[in-house]
Design a protein around this ligand. Structure first.
Ligand code: PLP
Length: 387
């Protein structure tokens, strides 16, 4: 059997053919696949607008520029990939780390206490960790009650839903971001999107995606038009300091093709989760949460009391690797990273996150993982952890 990683893409011949078709066409970038992919993402999420960009991190960066002002204090979770908090810094904001619940998501009740105490909090960045959605109704309540901006990092949660609201629909938030990195629910190689119901946010993100340059809605009419009122054909205007965060038509074609298979991908992830749940019902390890019908299972996280085991967690990871099984850990608390420590972070009171970090690990979870491979993972884990 070949190596079993913790996550991987599933690319089939239809996907490859879709990409090849674009390579044979006139448009490799800034072509028709961009708008087509954006339209598909709107129907997938239910959001009114979507803007596709070169990565989930680029989506976070531009969304942050659209939402935040310099020095805004923004509550976020330590249990995420660094990019979530980094994007607050990119926009000149100040991350404020809040503890998590025992299920891995930011603790929205604690957030509310923090917002009540600290009038300078302007926004909240929530991550639907592992694909398990935080409450949309609570997000909406916080947004409306305290007049704060809310961003949902849906990098893990495509296909998840909470109380009928689909991930990325922005039912309780200003905008959401998606990532199409190969370990996520479907891939474009690298890629991401901002979804929103606000035309203003959508326009701003689109403009910043391509250098802050516009091709209509000019400010400088004297340069835009000639003396007879003809629009100068070469003319464009740079109105803000933007970036080149464009995604290619090649990538969008892959995304459009992959989304056709998303239903099957999600079904398999949920099956695998329930098979893990059943295997761990003996108490060998504790699932972070058991199947709840909502999670889209980007990750399957389990917990063990390594201080009671013969093996340390590092040894457990190494022995599993010797057997051809790749584990991962999501996440090292962002506030404990050296860069953040140098900014004065790291001593926040986050007992739940701290304990979670001591016990957690992520097991292989991807649509093409077979039952036989998963059984091997489970068997190896039980031999090593309980033995
Ligand atoms: C993957 C990920 C990102 C970043 O996405 P990229 O496409 O890799 O830039 C951001 N937030 C979370 C929670 C992620 O898992």
């Amino acid at each position: 059997m070949s190596f079993i990683p913790y996550g991987r893409q599933s690319v089939d011949n239809d996907d490859i053919e879709s990409v090849a078709e674009v390579l044979r066409s006139d448009w490799l970038t800034t072509g028709p696949k961009i708008a087509e992919f954006e339209k598909v993402l709107c129907s997938l999420t239910g959001a009114a607008y979507s803007v596709v960009v070169s990565s989930g991190t680029a989506a976070l960066h531009l969304a942050s520029l659209a939402l935040l002002s310099e020095k805004d204090r923004v509550i976020t979770t330590p249990n995420s990939f660094a990019a979530t908090a980094n994007s607050i810094l990119y926009a000149g904001g100040e991350p404020v780390f809040c503890d998590i619940t025992p299920y891995g998501n930011i603790d929205l009740d604690l957030c509310e206490e923090m917002i009540k105490k600290d009038g300078s909090i302007k926004a909240l960045y929530a991550v639907h960790f592992s694909g398990n959605p935080v409450s949309q109704s609570k997000l909406r309540y916080l947004r409306e009650t305290y007049n704060i901006k809310i961003l949902e990092d849906c990098a893990h949660s495509i296909g998840a839903s909470d109380g009928g609201s689909k991930a990325g629909s922005c039912a309780g938030s200003d905008c959401s971001i998606l990532s199409f990195h190969p370990v996520k629910h479907f891939t474009t190689g690298e890629g991401g999107a901002v979804t929103t119901n606000s035309k203003e946010i959508s326009d701003k993100v689109s403009m910043l995606r391509t250098h802050g340059i516009v091709r209509d809605g000019f400010v400088n009419d004297g340069m835009a038009y000639d003396i007879r009122g003809n629009r100068n054909p070469w003319y464009y205007e740079m109105q803000e300091l933007g970036y080149n965060y464009r995604i290619t038509d090649i990538q969008c074609a892959l995304g459009i093709s992959q989304i056709k298979r998303l239903g099957g991908f999600l079904k398999r992830r949920r099956e695998l989760a329930q098979r893990y749940d059943a295997a761990f019902a003996d108490g060998s390890v504790r699932p972070l949460y058991t199947y709840n019908g909502s999670s889209s299972y980007h990750l399957y996280v389990a917990m063990a009391d390594f201080e009671k085991c013969a093996l340390t967690r590092a040894e457990f990871f190494m022995k599993m690797r010797e057997r051809g099984i790749g584990l991962q850990l999501h996440y090292i608390p962002i506030n404990k990273q050296p860069y953040y420590k140098a900014l004065g972070y790291g001593e926040e009171y986050t007992p739940v996150m701290d304990e979670y970090y001591e016990k957690c690990f992520s097991l292989p979870m991807y649509p093409s993982l077979t039952d036989a491979e998963q059984d091997m993972v489970i068997e190896s884990l039980k031999e090593l952890i309980c033995g």
